[in-house]
Design a protein around this ligand. Structure first.
Ligand code: UGY
Ligand code: MN
Length: 247
C-alpha cells in the first residue's frame, strides 16, 4: 500500500531510529560493486556500528580487505559464494558468516536479487581472551529457544556465546500476540531488521507499527518493547554488543 504524498513512517530521533523501506537511498560503498547498498545505521546517526542492506545484481561483488573491522553477514534471500580464510562456501537464504577483524572476505557470484544484511563493528579485544574465529552458519540449523520461558517468543543465537566475541547476532521469532516480556533498558546497543510479519515496537516513549523490511536503531539504554500482531509470526534479525566492560 503506497503512502499518502509527502509522508513516511521513518523517524530519526536522537537515541533511536525507525527506517522504513519507502525512504531508502543508495550509497556507493568502497568494496561493493554491482549492488544497491543502503547504509541503514551508521556513526553519522550516533551508532557505534554500521548496518548495511545490500541487494546484488547478477555479477555483483563485495570484497573487503583485512582491517580493524569485524563483519557479520546474513543472507535473507538469493545466494552467493562467501570466501573467508581463503575458503569458498556457497551460502543460501538463512546462511550467515562472521569475518573477524584482520581477515579479508568476499561475496561473489550472487544470484540476482540476493539480499544481505552486513553489520560492521570495530573489534574490541579482551585481554586474556583469544580472538574470535571466522565462521559460516545456517540459521535453519540453530534451534529457537523459548525466551525467558515463553515458547511463543523464540530466540536463535547465531554466534557462539563466548567472551572472545564482542557482538551477538540473533533472530527473534514471535507468534502473533507474543511480546518481549518487559520493557528492556540496557547498555547494549541494537541494530535490527524486520524479516517477516508485523507488530508494534516501543522505542523510548514512542510506539511504532513495524513491518518486514523496516530497520531500527536503539542506542544504549533505549527503553524497548515489542508485540507481534497480525496473522503471521513476526521475526527480526538483530545485532547487540556484548561481553565487554562498561568503562
Ligand atoms: O537481546 C536483547 O536484548 C533482546 N531481547 N532485545 C530486543 O529484542 N529488543
Ligand atoms: Mn534488547
Amino acid at each position: 500500500m503506497s503512502l499518502p504524498y509527502g509522508q513516511t513512517r521513518t523517524r530519526i530521533a536522537a537515541r533511536h531510529a525507525l527506517i522504513a523501506a519507502d525512504g531508502h537511498v543508495k550509497s556507493n560503498v568502497p568494496g561493493i560493486t554491482g549492488a544497491a547498498t543502503v547504509i541503514l545505521i551508521s556513526g553519522a546517526m550516533g551508532a557505534k556500528f554500521a548496518q548495511l542492506l545490500v541487494t546484488f545484481e547478477a555479477g555483483g561483488r563485495a570484497a573487503f580487505p583485512a582491517n580493524d573491522l569485524e563483519t557479520f553477514g546474513y543472507f535473507e534471500s538469493g545466494g552467493a559464494t562467501v570466501t573467508l580464510d581463503r575458503t569458498p562456501h556457497r551460502v543460501a537464504p538463512g546462511g550467515y558468516f562472521f569475518a573477524p577483524a584482520g581477515e579479508a572476505w568476499t561475496i561473489t557470484a550472487p544470484k540476482r536479487g540476493t539480499r544481505v544484511t552486513l553489520f560492521h563493528k570495530k573489534f574490541s579485544a579482551l585481554a586474556g581472551a583469544p580472538a574470535p574465529r571466522a565462521l559460516i552458519g545456517d540459521a535453519a540449523k540453530i534451534p529457537g529457544q523459548p525466551f525467558l520461558g515463553d515458547p511463543d517468543a523464540r530466540l536463535q543465537t547465531l554466534l557462539p556465546d563466548e567472551s572472545a566475541f564482542d557482538l551477538a547476532v540473533n533472530i527473534f521469532t514471535y507468534q502473533p500476540g507474543a511480546t518481549l516480556p518487559f520493557v528492556e533498558t540496557h547498555i547494549m546497543e541494537h541494530g535490527l531488521l524486520m524479516l517477516a510479519g508485523q507488530g508494534v515496537y516501543r522505542l523510548e516513549d514512542s510506539w511504532y507499527p513495524v513491518t518486514a523490511g523496516d530497520a531500527i536503531w536503539m542506542a544504549p539504554y533505549c527503553p524497548q518493547w515489542f508485540v507481534a500482531m497480525g496473522k503471521q509470526p513476526a521475526s527480526y534479525l538483530y545485532y547487540k554488543d556484548v561481553n565487554r566492560a562498561a568503562i
